[in-house]
Design a protein around this ligand. Structure first.
Ligand SMILES: NC(=O)c1ccc[n+]([C@@H]2O[C@H](COP(=O)([O-])OP(=O)(O)OC[C@H]3O[C@@H](n4cnc5c(N)ncnc54)[C@H](O)[C@@H]3O)[C@@H](O)[C@H]2O)c1
Length: 371
């Protein structure tokens, strides 16, 4: 048996691994036209693009006043209230960054010119049927398009992925995601009437992230239920098991109405591998949208005295991950990377997983054999 690595050598291996973490960046940045100009655009898209030096040249919103006021606040040269005007204004190499409620995608995408590059906010439609329409539109119009699954590019997830690539986790056999927090759903007026809520608009990030680590599960079990304090909304609490066979455990548990102060609130992803474990906290969920600082930790398996080590993380999900989704799309469009993790074809599979979860939640469980 080889000796376990010394503390120094393990720390050095961790440092060497996380040093490789970089958000993808194109050789030539392209102008961005943003469609939808409030919540997430103000909180994450624009700060990320400013930080990355990606030029935003136009803001469009169906409410032209909102677009104009956010454009003035961020010194963006052009604002408008119609897609037609945004399209007229866009130079031939513009990236269209569409950040509107999912129900609007099927109306907006047909109005964009053929063969343009598009970043589509998640989710990719409100149902799998809509996702299929969006996928077919992207194909027939020849779009180079990605869906903004930003958690994949969260710096703390990238740090854990770097540890995994350097062999520090070994084969992953356990992933759990737990979020117990207070989410201010009222910020999104469109959610008040959305027939699907928690899995489609929030946990979809977790399901997509797990796919990025383990691929598609064989099948799923899920229950998504309403919260009595927000009985006007669709289900906002979820428990789901993803079936990856007999020797992997993967589950997600979310409760968005844990409104008893911050002490017991938590939001994390935890991986266990044959060689080590890792955990990231998702600070943005703990004080949305201001957020708390994201963290990452690692523990080696089999050490005499295993302990959790803090892993350096180069930023937070908001806004840094949004540099990644936009940067990767631009790299792919210019050909400097050959695969695009959040390509619409891959995102469609995350939508299929979401659909399976909602279907599972409708099915009865096993009754107790009381007779
Ligand atoms: N990736 C992430 O982490 C993340 C986080 C939050 C929200 N989102 C997604 O971003 C999308 C928007 O969320 P938000 O928080 O910004 O919502 P929001 O309600 O604050 O803003 C949406 C904006 O879209 C505009 N809009 C609606 N329909 C339009 C149309 N047909 N044409 C032009 N503008 C239109 C509205 O006027 C509004 O200003 C949602 O799909 C949500 O899932 C993603």
């Amino acid at each position: 048996m080889p000796n376990p690595p010394t503390t120094e050598s393990l720390d050095a291996r961790i440092a060497a691994a996380v040093q490789t973490v970089r958000q993808p960046r194109p050789k030539r940045v392209r102008p961005i036209v943003v469609i939808g100009a409030v919540g997430i655009v103000r909180a994450a898209h624009l700060p990320a693009y400013e930080k990355a030096g990606f030029p935003v040249i136009s803001l469009m919103d169906q409410d032209g006043d909102k677009a104009a006021s956010l454009a003035a606040e961020r010194r963006i040269q052009h604002a408008c209230g119609s897609i037609a005007e945004a399209v007229r204004f866009a130079p031939h190499d513009a990236i269209f960054d569409v950040a509107v409620p999912a129900s609007q995608l099927v109306h907006i995408l047909p109005q964009l010119p053929d063969r343009v590059t598009v970043l589509i906010q998640k989710p990719m439609g409100e149902t799998l049927q809509e996702a299929r329409v969006i996928r077919d539109l992207c194909r027939s119009k020849g779009f180079t398009a990605a869906v903004n699954f930003s958690l994949r590019y969260s710096p703390n997830n990238l740090a854990v992925a770097a540890l995994a690539s350097s062999g520090l986790l070994g084969e992953i056999h356990d992933i759990e995601v737990q979020t117990s927090t207070y989410t201010p759903w009222h910020l999104w007026t469109f959610l008040a009437t959305s027939p699907r809520l928690e899995i489609l608009y929030h946990s979809i990030h977790y399901f997509d992230l797990i796919r990025s680590w383990l691929g598609n599960p064989k099948s799923v079990y899920a229950r998504t239920v309403k919260n009595p304090h927000t009985s006007n909304l669709a289900a906002t609490k979820t428990i789901a098991i993803l079936d990856y066979g007999d020797s992997k455990r993967v589950f997600i548990a979310t409760n968005h109405n844990h409104n008893f102060g911050p002490e017991r609130q938590h939001s994390f992803v935890q991986w266990e591998g044959l060689k080590g474990g890792a955990r990231i906290t998702m600070g943005v969920n703990l004080d949305y949208p201001k957020g708390k600082t994201d963290t990452a930790e690692y523990a080696e398996r089999g050490s005499d005295a295993p302990r959790w080590r803090d892993i350096p993380v180069s930023g937070n999900n908001f806004p840094d991950a949004f540099m990644g989704t936009m940067g990767a799309l631009q790299c792919f469009a210019e050909g400097s990377i050959s695969t695009l993790p959040s390509h619409f074809e891959d995102a469609f599979q995350t939508m299929a997983l979401v659909e399976a979860l909602y279907r599972s939640s409708e099915l009865p469980g096993e009754p107790l054999p009381l007779d």
